[in-house]
Design a protein around this ligand. Structure first.
Ligand code: A1D88
Ligand code: NDP
Length: 447
């Protein structure tokens, strides 16, 4: 039995759940990995010079044992997230430390502590097997998986599953991720695949859509409301392309920051009107490595006021971090919110705290999404309220290049990866709904 037989079963319209359950599992499969003995390979290089194409490998790996509450999924498509870029350049630290720590927690978790790390935190595919105790999902179910892995043995996570002390991001802090022909997930990560999308389209939103939903919409994040002015950094990027859609769909007013006329056009085509090309307008928030320039914060704020008719920002959707955080705090209105989920340009932030406390602003830390938020975010995709922002699709073998594109900011929206799917466009089950949304679904394609 090989993965080819699995693919044949997925492609046959006659396959039943019983057929999938009867399929013998292969002993091994192809997966994208980084290697433990290479974690020092970029020592001494600047972040931008660390090349994921050198550290990312396509390996044949053994199938992991299936545990209680888990599922093995045949992955048709996945997508590149920035966390896989971090893994591949071993920053801010090597992910093997996470696997070792997880491995120490239980007999079953030991499986994750290996000399290779199978990465990837998104998937669309078909359930192959479920472990003991799984009743909601059957072999043959077409699914997407969100990336929240929790144990839920502590009461700390019982209100908000992101607060579980054993909270991990699947495919980043666990092994057996989605950039592979087969993935191992906890069954609670599974959600129905939206029927109007192809495999690669369905695999694109998961991580970033859920994150943007918690960070911007959920009461655990900024709790955005109608009319809010929302400053969105990287508004056509992975997170930003969903934040922009949430702002528009929720009756808010996105102020989109991008770095090229082409990206400005994408934001305009999504329906945004207030757009700032940070490159063309030449903002330089740092005079040198250690000194910010408040005059530039003010110039940026003045530009925002021009675009809003004199209003300031209710919510900043932050993720660039060090480079922009001082400006983000400054341009937020009295009582407004800066919500942050990342620090792409550096995690030691600096801002003028007088503008925070005197103007009663709040900074909210946000990370991925809890079970329910991930489900709600996927539901919005399934209902055609929010659309995938897939631009380019690579083969599994070219994942290194895909990660390189994201690392060097050469991409738009999301970059997809075909795993078992032999070509793009497969897996659509609801052509009527697709036809209704086809322009929005294709908005980011091939640009
Ligand atoms: C969904 C997608 C998401 C993304 O893309 S996010 C972007 C990618 N992710 C990242 O860049 C984050 C990567 N992770 C990290 O950088 C690290 O993961 C953290 C900085 C988040 C945490 O570092 P750590 O080393 O795991 O934890 P510690 O807290 O620095 O060290 C643990 C030790 O510190 C002790 N400790 C913790 N809190 C306290 C406290 N309040 N008072 C005293 N000690 C404390 C602990 O007990 C333990 O100790 P003992 O080492 O002896 O076991
Ligand atoms: N905590 C969490 O749950 C999550 C965290 N993340 C993290 O968020 C970050 C962004 O992820 P994602 O959106 O997928 O990445 P992308 O690279 O797809 O998009 C980020 C965008 O941010 C903009 N940007 C990058 N650097 C800067 C800068 N120095 N100043 C201003 N804008 C900048 C760029 O847009 P432009 O050039 O057009 O301005 C870029 O397109 C990553 O660090 C990632 O690890 C992501 C998902 C979940």
């Amino acid at each position: 039995m090989t993965v080819k037989d699995i693919l044949a079963a997925i492609q046959s319209p006659d396959s039943t759940s019983e057929d999938f359950a009867a399929l013998p599992l292969p002993e091994s499969y192809r997966a994208i990995t980084v290697h433990k003995d290479e974690t020092e390979m970029f020592a001494g290089l600047q972040t931008r010079d660390k090349d994921p194409r050198k550290s990312i490998h396509l390996d044949e790996v053994p199938l992991p044992e299936l545990g209680p509450g888990e599922a093995l999924v045949a992955v048709m498509a996945s997508s590149v997230n920035y966390n896989s870029v971090w893994t591949s350049i071993f920053e801010p630290l090597s992910t093997f430390g996470f696997l070792e720590r997880y491995g120490r927690t239980s007999e079953l978790a030991k499986r994750h502590d290996l000399p290779y790390h199978i990465i990837g935190s998104d998937l669309a595919g078909v359930v192959l097997r479920t472990g003991p105790g799984v009743n909601a999902w059957q072999p043959g179910d077409e699914v997407v998986a969100h990336c929240l892995s929790v144990e839920l043995e502590s009461s700390d996570g019982h209100n908000d599953t992101m607060l579980d002390p054993e909270q991990r991001i699947w495919g980043f802090e666990t092994n057996f991720g989605g950039l592979a022909e087969i993935a191992l997930v906890k069954s609670n990560q599974l959600m129905p695949k939206p029927g109007h999308l192809s495999w690669e389209e369905a695999a694109a939103p998961g991580l970033v859509n859920s994150t943007a939903y918690r960070q911007l919409v959920s009461r655990n994040g900024a709790g955005m409301k109608q009319g809010d002015n929302v400053l969105i950094w990287g508004a056509s990027g992975g997170l930003g392309s969903y934040a922009t859609q949430f702002a528009l769909a929720g009756g808010a007013n996105p102020i989109c920051v991008v770095s090229s006329p082409q990206k400005a056009d994408i934001c305009r085509s999504m329906g945004a009107e207030a757009i700032i090309d940070r490159n063309a307008e030449g903002y330089k928030f740092w005079k040198d490595e250690n000194t910010q320039d408040p005059k530039e914060w003010k110039r940026f704020g003045k530009r925002i006021r021009e675009l809003t008719g004199g209003e300031d920002i209710d919510i900043v959707f932050e993720h660039p971090g060090r480079e922009t955080f001082g400006a983000s705090v400054f341009v937020t209105r009295k009582g407004g919110t800066i919500t942050t989920c990342a620090s792409t340009s550096g995690y030691m932030h600096e801002y003028d705290n007088r503008y925070l406390w005197m103007s009663l602003k709040r900074i909210i830390g946000s990370h991925f999404a809890n079970y329910r938020e991930a489900w709600e975010a996927n539901r919005l995709i399934a209902k055609g309220k929010i659309h995938p922002t897939l631009s380019k699709v690579y083969s599994l073998a070219d994942t290194g290049q895909a990660a390189y594109d994201v690392h060097r900011n050469l991409h738009q929206g999301k970059v997809g990866v075909l795993c078992l799917a032999p070509e793009e466009g497969l897996g659509v089950r609801d052509e009527e709904m697709r036809a209704k949304h086809i322009d929005a679904i294709n908005r980011f394609r091939n640009i």
